[in-house]
Ligand binder design. Structure first.
Ligand SMILES: [Zn+2]
Length: 492
């Protein structure tokens, strides 16, 4: 994600199958059935996600009964998963309103709710290594406006509802295994009154009308983290654009603002072509922008349909809009296709997205207007100068201090310091080798989740040298190491 005001102000000088871990063939010890863990033990968000199973697919249906953007919506979700231990019971994450019924393998199951945990107890235990389905039927959720401290949530806007799930808010709309370590494919069906449009991450499969309602069904066939799911339902129009290579392009905007907004979004096509030249093929089937008429104060890389607010596209923010669009697009390689193993690894998302955002604006000749510095080197020199202060105030680049606030995790050092680490790596191993590292990263871990240690190991392998001491200092040190090739750069 990208928080506009805070980050830009801080930077003015002077962000398939692969994950279905082929469990087939894996053998599990058949021990006595026990409860799955209620959390994955993430250092920052220990209760997000759940242990004991690996989700492979979500089949999610949502129903908007009227044309009221504030209405409570209802839905059903069927999750196909594989037990990774012998399970007596297991948890899902859900903070919506109500749950009507739960079944496992088609049979009614007991369930209980406590905080964000939805605990499901099947009639019979689930053997390790066996595939099962769990259906949560008749759940309900009520959208809320974005709050002053976070844009994230199941959001109401003047024109309909959208989802901004990072890092935990997707569970406000639907029950899921809410951690980017467990990605899955999705089928999403949205039903609303005729005249409203339902869109979602992935590719439109079909649209059906019946009794005054329209159901649109989308398929995301590439693994997606729950935090990146987008579902937008309301008085929106969908604009299809010419594809970029094989990537279909579609934008979604409020109908009443379409004439003004749509021309401002077309630049995503050139940006996508630019990113493919830099880093390799776009990893999904389609891309586009979703713009809502409520102030978010930021943007979010929801998969295949990045989320922005209309205020970003005012004339006076044109350079900022271009930069943030490049940032959210870059996330589709860094964060969406290659997801963080844990939230501690968030610099892998935001450092990379900021790095390519800077590079894009530089090569587009918009650097000064976007970042208040003449070029990237000047910018990084200034960030280097403040880097110890960033570490002191926000923790090391690779270890945000805690999650008591959203902005302790998504803090300026993750963005600025993260991009600076990548710049330091480029200066150390040279631009050509650095480019090989980046391309190897997005191809080796495409559709998977990977950690900072995975990045260090891959960079070392590609560069042919042990980069662990170098990157460990840059990522976890209390003080910023010397910048390779710039002995004159000093920390102030
Ligand atoms: Zn970001």
């Amino acid at each position: 994600m990208f928080r506009r005001s805070r980050l830009i102000a801080a930077t003015m000088v002077a962000g398939v199958a692969g994950t279905l871990i082929a469990v087939t063939g894996t053998s599990y010890a058949q021990t006595a059935p026990s409860p799955g863990s209620p959390g994955l033990g993430d250092r920052l968000y220990p209760m997000l996600g759940n242990g004991g199973y690996d989700v492979q697919n979500y089949d999610l249906s949502l129903f908007h009964r009227t044309k009221n953007p504030k209405q409570t919506v209802s839905g059903d979700v069927t999750i196909t998963a594989e037990a990774t231990q012998s399970l007596s019971r297991f948890n899902l994450d859900f903070t919506g309103d109500q749950v009507a019924a739960v079944s496992v393998n088609g049979r009614p199951a007991d369930f209980a709710r406590s905080g964000s945990e939805l605990t499901v107890t099947p009639r019979q235990h689930l053997p390790a290594g066996r595939r099962f389905t769990v259906t949560v039927a008749g759940f309900t959720a009520t959208p809320a406006p974005p709050g002053p401290d976070s844009m994230m949530g199941f959001l109401t806007t003047p024109d309909g509802t959208v989802l901004a799930g990072q890092p935990e808010a997707s569970q406000r709309l639907f029950p899921n295994n809410n951690h980017p370590r467990d990605k899955a494919t999705y089928t999403i069906s949205v039903t609303g009154p005729v005249g409203w449009t339902g869109t979602a991450s992935g590719v439109l499969q079909h649209t059906r009308s019946r009794n005054g309602y329209v159901t649109s069904t989308y398929r995301e066939s590439h693994p997606m983290a729950s935090e990146l799911v987008q579902v937008a339902v309301g008085d929106f129009v969908v604009k299809r654009r010419a594809p970029v290579g094989r990537t279909a392009i579609r934008d979604v905007v409020p109908r009443r603002l379409a004439a003004d907004l749509l021309p401002r979004l077309d630049q995503e096509r050139a940006q996508l072509a630019w990113m493919e030249r830099k880093i390799g093929p776009y990893p999904f089937e389609n891309y586009g922008s979703l713009v809502v008429a409520v102030e978010l104060g930021g943007a979010l890389e929801t998969q295949t349909l990045s989320l922005y607010d209309a205020g970003l596209f005012a004339d006076e923010h044109a350079d900022e809009a271009s930069a943030i669009m490049a940032h959210e697009l870059a996330h589709h390689w860094f964060g969406n296709s290659v997801s963080p193993w844990s939230w501690t690894d968030i610099w892998l998302n935001e450092g990379h997205a900021h790095f390519y955002e800077l590079l894009h604006q530089d090569e587009a000749g918009k650097f000064q207007e976007s970042f208040g510095a003449p070029d990237r080197e000047t910018y990084f020199k200034a960030v280097y100068g403040m880097s110890n202060r960033l570490r002191t105030e926000h923790g090391p680049v690779g270890a945000p201090p805690d999650a008591t606030s959203f902005f302790h995790v998504f803090n300026p050092n993750v963005y600025l310091g993260g991009a600076l680490v990548l710049y330091a790596l480029q200066e150390k191993i040279g631009a050509a080798t650095f480019a090989q590292v980046q391309r190897a990263w997005v191809s080796s871990y495409r559709g998977k989740s990977a950690s900072t240690q995975d990045f260090i190991a891959l960079a070392s392998r590609v560069a042919g040298e042990d980069l662990d001491p170098f990157l460990t200092g840059w990522l976890y040190g209390a003080e910023t190491p010397p910048m390779p090739g710039h002995p004159d750069w000093t920390v102030t």
